[in-house]
Design a protein around this ligand. Structure first.
Ligand code: KE4
Length: 432
């Protein structure tokens, strides 16, 4: 086992646990899913993280997606510094918010107007409220394994039978809140048709490139079926592009797949590492939001000038060449990881700017198949990677986020570490 000096992290973790639940401000950071304590980070430099003990890592979390240019990009820092020098928040409209809205609308064809929020959770919560207001209906169909933030109605898990009312997925979520949600299996056309026919929903909400059960792309024709079922039933299609937006292509998954949303949820890259998210759609639909319309929505720091500056700088650095480069880096990494795995039964599933290494004998096309992965081997492999200077997302149900700062040197280091990490694992015989 490659070891890590982590005494300062351990000391900080000890203190953190007495003041922060689980010692962290977001659960996945605690690294419980890979069987170790969290590392506390001192700074980021391009594609790399340096923790408080001075350990240096090639980073594949990159703040869970926002840092498409890597850590501390000079252009982003300059923009944020300049904005901060003018004040950090006004509670009044600014030019930057107009510019960012225009930039987003120029990229995502289905978005004619948007409302900013401070988190993806708020944006998806608002998208659901807007869909219910626009249709006068109540039910929402979502997919098992998809994550749209921690809003009560979407913290729901599949009910007992096919396409029945969902059950709370967390204590504190009421049956009432979860009961208006129907959870069905991803990539299951029959379940989708049955749920739409039975519930005539206000909306179908989906990650067009699900990355919260690990990366589990839609099977051929499935996204088109979402669009077709929404149109046929009068439901709205909400595509949650918090991860895929501005990452998999200039116009996100909708550009790559040609399947448009009625409402698009955006986040991460749009804020360049500062708190910003948004929902967008047609002018007619978005004008239902207060104060233009009756659907209430608000936020003290929505469209915050520093987050807008970071987001604008980030988006303006992203040209067509960026997406070619990010896709090439991702393909090189995915192919190299497949080779590094040797005899281990792993599936490396990838899309431009995203990949997941599933410890599975076969392709992963649903949440159930993701849950059936060899989580113990995945955890051990991640611990070995950390001991060799690579910082993977600490959960089988997350994606790797390569950035434009990941150059040949970082990829080489990653693949050497991955090969050694695989070699350090016992090869498990395929299950009968
Ligand atoms: P936030 O509320 O965390 O800004 O966004 C929620 C959200 C919405 N939609 C999608 C598709 C998302 O992936 C997320 C949040 N992503 C996780 C990582 N998979 C954030 C990391 C964390 O929870 O700490």
């Amino acid at each position: 086992m490659a070891s890590l000096t982590d005494s300062r992290s351990a000391e900080l973790y000890r203190r953190a646990q007495s003041r922060l639940p689980g010692g962290v401000n977001s659960p996945v950071r605690a690294m419980g899913a890979i069987g170790r304590d969290p590392l506390f980070i001192d700074r980021g430099e391009g594609a790399e993280l340096i923790d408080v003990d001075g350990n240096r890592f090639v980073d594949y979390v990159c703040s869970w997606g926002p840092l498409i240019h890597g850590h501390a990009h000079p252009a982003v820092l300059d923009a944020v510094t300049a904005a901060a020098a003018k004040g950090t928040s006004f509670g009044a409209p600014t030019a930057g918010e107009v510019e960012l809205a225009e930039e987003v609308c120029s990229r995502v064809e289905s978005v004619e107007m948007l409302r900013m929020t401070s988190s993806g959770t708020e944006a998806s919560m608002t998208a659901v409220r807007l869909a219910r207001a626009a249709t006068g209906r109540e039910k929402i169909i979502k997919f098992a394994g998809a994550y749209h933030g921690h809003v009560d109605g979407l913290l729901a898990q599949a009910g007992s039978g096919l396409a029945t009312q969902a059950l709370p997925a967390s204590p504190g979520v009421t049956k009432g809140a979860a009961g208006d949600t129907v959870v069905i299996a991803w990539n299951d056309p029959d379940a989708l048709r049955a749920a739409v026919a039975e519930h005539a929903p206000a909306a179908i909400i989906a990650e067009p490139m699900p990355a919260n059960m690990g990366l589990v792309p839609a099977r051929a024709g499935f996204l088109e079926l979402l669009r077709e079922q929404a149109d046929a039933s009068g439901a709205l299609l909400i595509l949650d592009e918090v991860i895929s937006g501005f990452r998999v292509a200039r116009g996100g998954a909708q550009e790559l797949t040609g399947v448009p949303a009625d409402i698009t949820v955006m986040g991460k890259v749009i804020g360049g590492g500062l708190p910003a998210a948004a929902l967008g759609g047609s002018t007619e639909l978005m004008r239902m939001l207060a104060p233009a319309g009756p659907v209430y929505q608000a936020g003290t720091l929505s469209g915050n000038p520093l987050a807008v500056a970071a987001g604008l700088a980030t988006l303006r650095l992203l040209d067509e060449g960026s997406y070619v480069r990010l896709a090439t880096t991702t393909d090189r990494l995915a192919e190299g990881l497949r080779t590094a795995a040797g005899g281990h039964p792993v599936q490396v599933q990838s899309a431009p700017g995203l990949l997941t290494v599933f410890f599975s004998e076969g392709p992963v096309e649903s949440f159930a198949q993701a849950q059936a992965c060899d989580l113990e081997s995945h955890a051990a492999w991640c611990r070995e990677l950390l001991g060799r200077g690579v910082y993977p997302p600490p959960s089988q149900f997350e994606a790797w986020f390569p950035s434009l700062a990941h150059g040949e040197e970082q990829i080489e280091r990653t693949l050497l570490a991955a090969e050694a990490a695989f070699a350090a694992l016992p090869v498990r015989e395929p299950t009968a």
